[in-house]
Ligand binder design. Structure first.
Ligand SMILES: Nc1ncnc2c1ncn2[C@@H]1O[C@H](COP(=O)(O)OP(=O)(O)OP(=O)(O)O)[C@@H](O)[C@H]1O
Ligand SMILES: [Mg+2]
Length: 480
């Protein structure tokens, strides 16, 4: 019998038939479909599947409807984009390696345990989604060399449509990132560090050397942050031991803190400075960034981001995750979107995870200008609440001492009197205005470099307050 060996047929044509068969088998596989549904991966949501021969290539394009449940696909594509190089084990003794090759293209290499290449292929233009990400298309291209080996194309396509791959990718990507980072020996380029991956998720790992000495005033606030937040975090083990000694119920309660108060009062600066001084890593997360870029997949993205942060802390030791603008998540009681609720729930779950000491190297500090707009359940997780007031006169004098250190104390006093009602951010802006004007003057007159004097600072403060008033008048005129 001459099974399948149709010598007259182009091997690519055979591969095309194979792939079509593999895809339809996946779609009608009930077990796979129901598994997929449970995970939100709806295999029945494939809108279109085209298998085409294009010269020496076999091309497959699939369009998925992701408007409903298939968010995992979107996240997966994003995860692939972030990770860029990883490998999984879809079958025992096998390895599927995927690496980014630049130009939005991926190389795939599938091998057995002896590292024999079974096949490799190229995924190009791997994704395309409309703004709201309700549809995504995946394009793959397989070179003739591999497509024409009997059974290879079929094997591959049934493999990538299988839940096991999706599942494996999602579960392991965070760990793989770390493994890949350490695995420098077969460096093929295109690898991203964990920091870069976090960046991709809208998170920034801050370095730099803002120290507590750069913060003017707020002595009471500084010492509360040190004593109530950082000391228990840094000495977590000691606290635990102590509680074993003293308490009947020894549950851990160092889950997080919240900073609140008007804009520009140094909330972010304080967290960064104290983390820096205590040798604690500092990761900054902006909630609105997660939203604006990832609306519709935000909760999944939040979970992935938090997983990555967890991984980061496990690898790099004590880490603070600073969650800015937490009020923009809204309140589940008010009429925010379902997506918002889901994000809040993801956050709550992870916060409880940390609280149960799953990773005692991670601490959350949330930040807001509007404490009363935060979901109650979420707020209750942040036991320590620290208010950042608008600076009083003493605070302002100390802030001035950090930005205009050449002034004498009587001059600082005068400057402070001129900045009633302003914040640290405003004072910094005034100092910059004074410096710029001063440079303009001395550069014009070709004079040697000197520091601005008190009159320069007073002038700048007046300029700042009058233009701020003008801006206020304009905007209130706009709305009245
Ligand atoms: N006490 C201070 N001493 C010195 N500089 C300060 C102080 N407070 C604020 N600043 C300056 O103002 C800038 C803005 O402060 P920061 O970003 O920490 O404010 P914030 O409270 O986080 O504001 P927002 O609520 O708008 O995020 C700081 O980067 C710093 O340069
Ligand atoms: Mg801030």
């Amino acid at each position: 019998m001459d099974s399948g060996k149709d010598y007259g047929l182009d091997p690519l044509y055979v591969a095309k038939k194979d792939v079509e068969e593999a895809i339809s088998a996946t779609r009608s596989d009930e077990k796979l479909t129901s598994l997929g549904k449970r995970k939100g991966l709806r295999l029945d949501n494939i809108l279109e599947n085209k298998v085409e021969i294009d010269g020496d290539y076999l091309r497959v394009s699939s369009k998925y409807d992701t408007s409903d449940y298939s968010r995992d696909i979107v996240s997966l594509v994003r995860a692939m984009e972030s990770v860029r190089q990883f490998s999984i084990t879809p079958y025992p003794n096998s390895k599927l390696e995927i690496s980014y090759s630049g130009d939005e293209a991926y190389n795939l290499r599938f091998s057995d345990s002896k590292s024999n290449r079974l096949f490799s292929m190229h995924i190009s233009k791997y994704s395309q989604y409309s703004g709201n990400m309700d549809k995504i298309s995946l394009y793959t291209t397989m070179e003739k060399e591999f497509a024409s080996r009997p059974g290879y194309a079929k094997e591959f396509y049934s493999l990538i449509s299988k839940e096991v791959v999706m599942d494996g990718l999602e579960k392991t990507y965070a760990n793989l990132v770390v493994e890949n980072e350490e695995d420098d020996d077969d460096d093929e380029g295109g690898e991203h560090t964990l920091e870069e991956i976090l960046e991709n998720f809208g998170l920034t790992v801050y370095s730099g050397n803002t120290s507590i000495n750069n913060i003017g005033g707020y002595h009471d606030v500084k010492s509360r942050v040190e004593r109530e937040i950082f000391t228990p975090f840094i000495h977590g083990d000691m606290i635990k031991e102590l509680r074993e000694l003293t308490r009947l119920d020894k549950k851990n309660d160092t889950s997080g803190a919240i900073f609140y108060g008007p804009p520009g009062t140094g909330k972010t600066m304080m967290a960064r400075a104290i983390a820096h001084d205590n040798d604690v890593n500092f990761i900054y997360m902006s909630i609105s960034k997660i939203y604006s870029h990832w609306y519709g997949a935000s909760s999944k993205r939040m979970e992935m981001a938090l997983d990555l942060v967890n991984t980061y802390a496990k690898k790099n030791g004590k880490t603070v995750l600073f969650i800015d603008e937490i009020d923009s998540l809204g309140n589940r009681q008010s009429n925010y979107s379902g997506e918002s609720n889901k994000v809040i729930n993801s956050l709550l779950t992870r916060l409880s995870g940390v609280k149960s000491a799953e990773n005692s190297d991670l601490m959350f500090i949330a930040c807001t200008n509007l404490l009363d707009q935060i979901d109650q359940a979420l707020l209750s997780r942040f036991k320590t609440r620290i208010y950042f007031r608008a600076p009083n006169k003493d605070d302002r004098r100390s802030i001035i001492a950090t930005y205009a250190k050449t002034l004498n104390s009587e001059e600082m006093e005068r400057f402070a009197a001129k900045t009633e009602g302003l914040t640290g951010r405003d004072i910094e802006a005034i100092a910059s205005i004074a410096e710029e004007n001063h440079i303009f003057d001395i550069a014009g007159a070709k004079m040697p470099l000197t520091a601005p004097d008190i009159s320069d600072y007073i002038k700048a403060a007046e300029l700042f307050t009058s233009s701020a008033k003008e801006a206020n008048a304009k905007s209130s005129g706009l709305y009245s």
